[in-house]
Design a protein around this ligand. Structure first.
Ligand code: TXA
Ligand code: MG
Length: 373
């Protein structure tokens, strides 16, 4: 732990490096970010190189608050102000019309820009001392699990970053909620640290990811266009090295499926990990000797589940499992974002457990575990 004096020195060093076009990894309340001076295209190019991130995937520009958007957003619609006033600083990213100061590379050539004011004191101190916005994606190699500790960043990107500020484990453990504010109603592009329920308390009509927009009053029928998506929302993302299978359905049926499917996988000699709610941990560990059973927390404790999710996926990788059977935690509160990350980590390997249909569920799990990817 750095003493206050050392912290000041580190902060000054971070500012110096950002101004010199270097990369500084820093903590936020969601996950660790890999930062560069947002106004410096060459510095930002180094982020893409360090992560192996395709140039088509735009970055989030981090600011201290609404007062910093001048030149970065071309316009701040009233609904965006409302959301920022409610949730900034915090885990909410607003997609707005792009302002003239946003370099092409930051926005991946789009005419929009993603902006967020983080609440973590180290992130805020860095922004205040730098005096300008910081472009930062999560500090992980593209497509892999996001880092929630400084150790994760070092393990993933050590050697590719110029400085790492350690702010302890990220409080939330899941990335920010991304909301496109350029349309009315606004649309959630990525579920995250601000829940849909909380957003709808402020803006009732806000659209969930993938939800159809209501028909405008004068239209003859449903909009034929697919809902807009975030360029970075790939089917494969947040992936551990092990092959992850997401088991969905009523909790009771999930537990049966995890036990029966797990047994079938162990019989085939596969190194197996399970990621489940605390309620099911003991039963499954007993039913599946030889499997690595990790519990995230009580099913209803969405904040606990979220905070441990990415670290648990990394822990299962470290244990050397080949297959991860993950439970589904529903969609209330932060569980919606957990489901989103697990679905992407599963790359489409979703198994729906139905009560009393254990045989077909086992078959589905076995084929998901063994089919060529
Ligand atoms: O919590 C977070 O958001 C963390 C911390 C570091 O702030 N950052 C983060 O960044 O998760 P990243 O790059 O891993 O994810 C940013 C997401 C991507 O899905 C990207 O496609 C989307 O935001 N995004 C960025 N600019 C966008 C834009 N103009 N329009 C739509 N989506 C955008
Ligand atoms: Mg990311």
């Amino acid at each position: 732990m750095a003493t206050p004096g050392e912290e000041d020195t580190l902060l000054a060093e971070a500012v110096r490096r950002l101004r010199a076009g270097e990369l500084v990894a820093f903590p936020t309340e969601t996950v660790y970010g890999l930062g560069a001076d947002a106004a410096n295209p060459r510095a930002v190019a180094r982020i893409f190189a360090a992560k192996g991130r395709p140039a088509s995937d735009p970055l989030i520009v981090h600011v201290l608050g609404l007062a910093d958007l001048e030149g970065w957003a071309a316009e701040v619609p009233a609904v965006a102000c409302r959301l920022a006033e409610a949730f900034w600083p915090g885990p909410l990213t607003l997609v707005l019309p792009r302002g003239p100061r946003v370099p092409d590379i930051v926005a991946a050539g789009l005419d929009s820009v993603a902006l967020r004011a983080p609440s973590h004191p180290v992130a805020r101190a860095l922004l205040a001392a730098t005096g300008g916005p910081i472009a930062a994606p999560s500090a992980n190699p593209f497509g892999r699990t996001s880092p929630t500790t400084a150790a994760h960043v070092l393990a993933d990107l050590g050697g590719r970053i110029d400085l790492l500020l350690d702010g302890g484990p990220a409080r939330l453990g899941l990335e920010s909620t991304v909301v496109d504010c350029r349309t009315l109603p606004p649309r959630v592009l990525r579920p995250g640290g601000v829940t849909l329920e909380a957003l709808r308390e402020r803006v009732p009509g806000i659209l969930a990811p993938g939800q159809d927009a209501p028909d405008p009053p004068d239209s003859g029928g449903p909009d034929a266009e697919a809902p807009p998506r975030s360029p970075g929302l790939l089917a494969r993302h947040y992936a551990p090295r092990a092959r992850l299978i997401l088991v969905q359905g009523p909790p009771e049926a999930q537990r049966e499926a995890l036990a029966a499917g797990g047994e079938a996988l162990l019989r085939r000699g596969l190194a197996l990990g399970l990621l489940v709610a605390e309620e099911d941990g003991a039963v499954l560990a007993t039913a599946l000797p030889g499997a690595q059973v990790l519990t995230l927390g009580p099913r209803a404790a969405d904040e606990v589940l979220a905070a441990g999710l990415f670290a648990a996926l990394r822990a299962l990788d470290a244990l050397g499992v080949a297959i991860i059977l993950a439970a589904d935690f529903g969609e209330a509160g932060l569980a919606l974002a957990i489901r989103d990350r697990l679905q992407r980590a599963a790359e489409g390997r979703l198994v729906l457990a139905r009560p009393g249909e254990t045989r077909s569920t086992i078959a589905a799990i076995l084929s998901a575990a063994t089919e060529p990817s």
